[in-house]
Design a protein around this ligand. Structure first.
Ligand SMILES: O=C(O)c1ccc(O)c(O)c1
Ligand SMILES: [Mg+2]
Length: 625
């Protein structure tokens, strides 16, 4: 299947767009007229530049306000079309998108529109060109793909076909199944876009909020299935109007687009195996069985500070790497690796971000398959010469320079081989496993990250929540496996004044701001932590008074919570306790939780936690942001 993307989807100059689109792996582009007009090259020159990048011009668009016009507008519209036909021939494309009219003088009537399109098809045929007709969701008379198809059917011309666009169909809540009945060879082109469910004017929603398939809430897989089941075999193209993307990095957006499109086609093939999706086979989304390890890049006094915090948390150093300045710290099923090497990936991460989590190891069903899927979706494999005794564990680059190692049953002995340690650590303070990893990023990067995880692993996206920081808003999106074995929260900062934003600014974009470790008995763990010198984040008494008014909590439990600075929340599935450590190094901190069926992350407590962290920063004489 050929892939394409509309130039309007990407930021930058036409040259920057083309470079990014070609590099991401697309076969073609839909050239937006504006992108051509703003360029200084002639149509022939632009066409050649596109082909020099290995791309084809799959479509020229848009041609507006054509059908249903009375004279003299009608003749003018045909003249205008002839000029665009000249342009298309110079650019080297045979297909033009005609979108349904918004012209104030346009008249309705399916036969009138069909007659106009047939006449245009006749003129196009004389030049070997084709016309694709698209219903805009806000078209004056035609705003439903079923009506557009009826017009195309009545136009009854081999050079006139239909263009379907998932946004216009799904955004209006139309059933995509109706597309299955259209003959595949009469669908000339397919445009894909998703969008978050927001109740707003269709035109505004479409022009500002579209996003990549899988990034929004529309049933794009059902749409794609219907189109391919109809027998469509042409290019599958992305047409994304999005304010964030207009200001984003061309390479990131193009790469996300390619990732989303291949994921979509693969999803269609898995949902409906009878459809012949012409795409090389790729391994399925993988199950994540848990976090095998997290690795910090650290050094010097920062390493000492981190080690004393780990000790206070009940961790023990259980092994030293055979050949490197790397130690393993364990407790229960949690493995934290401290990497003090100067060279290597960790050394570079330390030089960029200071002490930070530079690598995450995930246990998956098949590490090789995970890497193969990631590579097919455009991720880069990572390898670093293994030191003596070091196993070659498959790895890929995540976003923003991060690293993800993938382990399966073949790597069960890694802790023994490399560190002389067992898989399970000591009982310590009763912390059993990593509950979640909290990543911080700019708001603009959130969709990229959720697409990255969601396209690679079997994970569910929770609805986005707003976290109120005293100095701004942070948006938070959680992704997790069905059984909760792996959970991640993505926190998007819009300003550097929020705690998340200042962490990003100070660490030059370190990805992980905190790590949440779970206990089966947080009160017993808290007592051990306090005895070991762990200092919890102080929570004001007001919080506990308010809590008592909101929940029925037994007085002795409430008193223990107050003593240990433990916060509380509950949902329909169960209860949740959480306590926070103080910032350790570079703004990074630990969280301790107990989750009894609860599915969230304590979002209602976030404003109190953030205010307490900021207060602590001020009393220490550190800037609050
Ligand atoms: O918003 C628009 O005008 C517009 C133009 C062309 C398209 O293909 C489309 O889906 C929307
Ligand atoms: Mg469209």
């Amino acid at each position: 299947m050929k892939t394409a993307i509309a130039t309007v989807s990407i930021s930058g100059t036409l040259t920057e767009k083309l470079d990014a689109i070609a590099e991401a792996g697309f076969d073609g582009i839909e050239i937006f007229e504006q992108d051509f007009v703003t360029d200084t090259g002639s149509a022939r020159d632009v066409g050649n530049r596109i082909r020099d990048k290995g791309l084809e011009v799959s479509l020229f668009q848009p041609f507006r306000d054509f059908e249903g016009l009375p004279e003299p507008y009608r003749t003018k519209a045909f003249d205008r079309a002839e000029r665009k036909f000249d342009l298309m021939q110079d650019l080297g494309t045979d297909l033009i998108l005609v979108c349904s009219s918004l012209h104030p003088r346009a008249l309705g009537g399916i036969d009138r529109a069909a007659d106009d399109l047939r006449a245009l098809g006749e003129r196009a045929a004389a030049r070997g060109l084709r016309i694709g007709y698209e219903a805009l969701a806000w078209g004056r008379y035609v705003n439903d793909h079923r009506d557009a198809w009826e017009i195309v059917r009545r136009a009854d011309h081999p050079n006139v076909g239909l263009i379907v666009d998932s946004f216009h169909t799904l955004g209006r809540g139309l059933d995509p199944e109706t597309i299955r009945r259209i003959p595949g060879d009469k669908i000339f082109f397919v445009q894909m876009a998703d969008a978050p469910k927001i109740d707003m004017d269709l035109l505004y929603w479409s022009r500002h909020f579209r996003n990549m398939p899988g990034e929004g809430d529309l049933p794009v897989t059902d749409f794609m299935r219907a189109v391919l089941a109809a027998g469509y075999t042409g290019p599958v193209s992305l047409e994304i109007f999005n304010d964030q993307f207009r200001g984003g990095s061309p390479r990131t957006i193009a790469r996300d687009g390619y990732r989303s499109l291949i994921t979509l086609l693969d999803d269609v093939r898995r949902a409906e195996p009878e459809i012949d999706v012409q795409l090389p086979p790729i391994p399925a989304r993988q199950d994540v069985q848990g976090t095998a390890f997290v690795e910090f890049a650290t050094r010097g006094t920062e390493a000492e500070t981190l080690k004393s915090q780990l000790t206070a948390l009940g961790f023990a150093e259980t092994g030293r790497h055979l050949a490197k300045a790397v130690t393993l710290w364990q407790q229960g099923d949690i493995r934290i690796v401290l990497n003090e090497e100067q060279g290597d990936f960790a050394g570079t991460a330390y030089n960029t971000h200071g002490t930070s989590i530079c690598d995450i190891g995930l246990t998956v069903s098949d590490a090789g398959d995970t890497v193969a899927r990631a590579a097919a979706l455009g991720a880069k494999r990572f390898s670093q010469n293994p030191a003596v005794g070091q196993l070659e564990i498959p790895a890929i680059r995540g976003l923003g320079g991060s690293l993800l190692h993938l382990l399966d049953h073949r790597h069960a002995d890694v802790w023994k081989t490399e560190f002389g340690a067992g898989t399970e650590g000591p009982e310590g303070a009763g912390l059993r496993r990593i509950d979640h990893i909290a990543q911080t990023m700019t708001y603009d990067e959130m969709l990229s990250w959720s697409l990255f995880y969601g396209s690679l692993f079997k994970m569910h996206k929770a609805p986005m929540v707003d976290v109120i920081d005293p100095d701004g808003l942070v948006r938070s999106q959680a992704l997790g496996t069905e059984d909760g074995a792996f959970r991640i929260t993505l926190n998007g900062a819009e300003t550097h004044r929020t705690l998340a934003g200042s962490f990003l600014a100070q660490s030059f974009g370190a990805p992980v701001q905190h790590l949440a470790l779970s206990s089966d008995d947080i009160f017993a763990s808290a007592a051990k932590l306090t005895a070991a010198g762990f200092e919890a984040l102080p929570i004001p008494d007001n919080y506990y008074d308010d809590l008592a008014s909101r929940f029925d909590i037994a007085p002795d439990i409430l008193a223990a919570m107050k003593r240990h600075q433990i916060l509380y929340d509950a949902d329909d599935h169960g209860t949740f306790f959480q306590m926070y450590g103080r910032p350790v190094v570079s703004g990074f901190f630990f969280e301790i939780i107990q989750r009894d069926g609860y599915r969230g992350y304590g979002a209602p407590n976030a404003p109190f936690r953030i205010a307490a962290q900021k207060r602590l920063g001020r009393t220490r004489g550190m800037p609050a942001d």
